[in-house]
Design a protein around this ligand. Structure first.
Ligand SMILES: N[C@H](CCC[C@H](N)C(=O)O)C(=O)O
Length: 273
């Protein structure tokens, strides 16, 4: 079967997006494994299905290149928002709701006339309770091999550690071991954060089921929450990732994390699956 797809990226976190409102993809895990491959497939950090929703305006599902499904994906939520804004709603509404595996997220599109500028996603409350993250410990602050981590779920599990320099952080040498450490019953995405000032930081990420990516939206939100909990930054920061910058705010009034950033089309194609 020939599958039509759209490649999009948000801060360099690239996924293959498929309009699946007609339920054309029967086995998303195997499609993700195949088309995410950068040598034998299209090449991406995973597959995102854009689906019909009974409870929101649109729904998304996100699969890692190893075929596992994640509950939530921040960069994909902005890309799905742009896709739906342009192709489903014809730019007729700038605010709408997106159903994800981690609940309904409210999106606001920022435009410059007819052009898309950026999107803000209300990512909701961070989850800090160990059993719900989940992390097999009494507190969300843990140690693995003598390194401190602050664990946060944004619907999907993250463990944040602070480093002096992201450039020399052991993303590839330690990331794969931390990801599958037995303290994380559902594995974890691992963030290495270098704080530059009270409102500016850098982050590199080792993603569960994927490896290093150029950006991670949920990981950025988890990083800010960890920064605030450890008194490293204020509640609003610019976070520089390898593929771009996201603006993240952890609101005091309702404790929701707000994520603002880019979403870009790269190319369209078809592939035999
Ligand atoms: N890059 C994504 C997160 C993917 C997370 C996935 N690797 C998982 O298994 O949770 C983001 O922008 O939030």
């Amino acid at each position: 079967m020939k599958l039509s797809f759209t490649k999009m990226q948000g801060a360099g976190n690239d996924y293959i997006y498929v309009d699946n409102r007609q339920n054309i993809v029967a086995d998303p895990a195997s499609v993700s494994r195949k088309i995410s491959d950068r040598h034998f497939g299209v090449g991406s950090d995973g597959l995102v299905l854009i689906c019909k929703s009974d409870i929101a305006d649109v729904r998304m599902r996100m699969f890692n290149p190893d075929g596992s499904e994640s509950e939530m994906c921040g960069n994909a939520s902005r890309c799905v928002a742009r896709f739906a804004w342009e192709r489903f709603f014809n730019k007729s509404k700038d605010e709408f709701d997106l159903e994800t595996g981690a609940g309904i997220k409210h999106i606001v599109i920022h435009r410059d006339g007819e052009n898309f500028k950026s999107a803000t996603v209300d990512m909701g409350d961070p989850i800090l309770t160990p059993a719900e993250i989940p992390v097999a410990a009494a507190s969300n602050k843990i140690q693995i091999d003598g390194r401190d981590f602050t664990c946060v779920s944004m619907g999907n599990p993250h463990a944040v550690t602070f480093v002096d320099s992201v450039q020399t952080a052991p993303v590839h040498t330690k990331g794969p071991d931390y990801e599958i450490d037995k303290i994380f019953p559902r594995k974890a995405n691992i963030e290495f954060v270098e704080v530059l000032s009270k409102n500016h930081a850098k982050m590199r990420v080792w993603e569960r089921g994927t490896g290093e990516t150029l950006a991670c939206g949920t990981g950025s939100c988890a990083s800010l929450v960890a920064c605030v909990l450890n008194e490293k930054t204020d509640r609003e920061i610019d976070l520089d990732l390898l593929g771009g910058t996201l603006h993240i705010e952890w609101r005091k009034d309702n404790s929701h994390v707000m994520m603002t950033g880019p979403a870009e089309f790269v190319f369209e194609g078809t592939i035999e699956i």
